[in-house]
Design a binder for this molecule. Structure first.
Ligand code: GDD
Ligand code: MG
Length: 221
């Protein structure tokens, strides 16, 4: 058969996209029966049918759709001397179409791993998006933000920055359609923006609250 993304390369060169999950063995109460590719555009949508043994011992057949965009990484850049954090602002269509007033969204620098390990990926993204060359890099946690449907795991880091580590303009890759503004905020102001809703991105909120809990930065400045 000549099914793009399955037997022959699709327009992004991918094959075997219907294989994901078929070899899972970690949970004896789950038997994957079928994987259908329902969409292979920029990212991949699948409908998976599996048998699931409920807690009462009965088996049921279940279907779940998953959105697979690979894994990602993000970093909270902080300057403890000056009490600031460095964030990105860019247009995010998915939030705009779902209630955000203008879609201009404040986030920690982030990106897809694109085949790199998480540390290498976030060093690349911090340079591309904010022009920052990261030195010390602190792993914080790795989280699934939408476990009912999105497969993505986001590796969250923190890293110090200073005027000296801002080595280029940043802005993102124009050829990828990126147009990213650097936004430096006092830490206390960033925390207040969580309360007002001006910061409403899950990974960004988690990392700012981690920094407050661990007293990485002084809240009162
Ligand atoms: N043409 C096209 N481009 C796309 C599409 N989806 C994404 N892109 C482009 O693909 C690039 C991906 O940039 P990254 O910096 O790698 O990813 P990101 O979107 O900024 O970051 C993601 O990373 C976080 C951590 O994984 C995620 O939490 C967050 O949702 C975000 O999508 C961006 O230039 C984006 O415009 C699409 O459907 N079509
Ligand atoms: Mg990005």
């Amino acid at each position: 058969m000549n099914r793009p993304g399955i037997d022959v390369p699709d327009d992004r060169g991918r094959v075997g996209l219907d294989r994901a999950g078929r070899d899972l063995t970690g949970n004896p109460s789950v038997i994957v029966r079928d994987v259908e590719l329902t969409g292979a555009g920029w990212h991949v949508l699948r409908r998976t049918t599996y048998d699931y043994r409920r807690r009462d011992g009965h088996w049921s057949s279940e279907q779940r759709e998953t959105y697979d965009r690979g894994d990602g990484a993000t970093v909270l850049l902080y300057d403890a001397e000056r009490g600031t954090v460095l964030l990105t602002r860019q247009f995010r269509y998915p939030v705009y179409v779902n209630g955000h007033p203008d879609g201009m969204f404040l986030e920690t620098a982030a990106g897809l791993l694109d085949g790199d390990d998480p540390a290498a990926a976030i060093r690349r993204e911090a340079a591309e998006e904010l022009g920052v060359t990261i030195g010390e890099l602190i792993p914080v946690f790795a989280v699934w933000t939408s476990p009912g449907s999105v497969t993505e795991r986001v590796h969250c880091f923190a890293a110090p920055y200073s005027a000296a580590s801002r080595t280029s303009a940043g802005g993102g890759l124009a050829e990828d359609g990126e147009d990213i503004e650097s936004v430096e905020l006092p830490f206390g102001a960033a925390l207040k923006m969580i309360e007002t809703g001006e910061i409403a991105d899950a990974k960004t909120i988690m990392l700012l609250q981690w920094a407050a809990l661990k007293e990485v930065l002084d809240i009162d400045r």
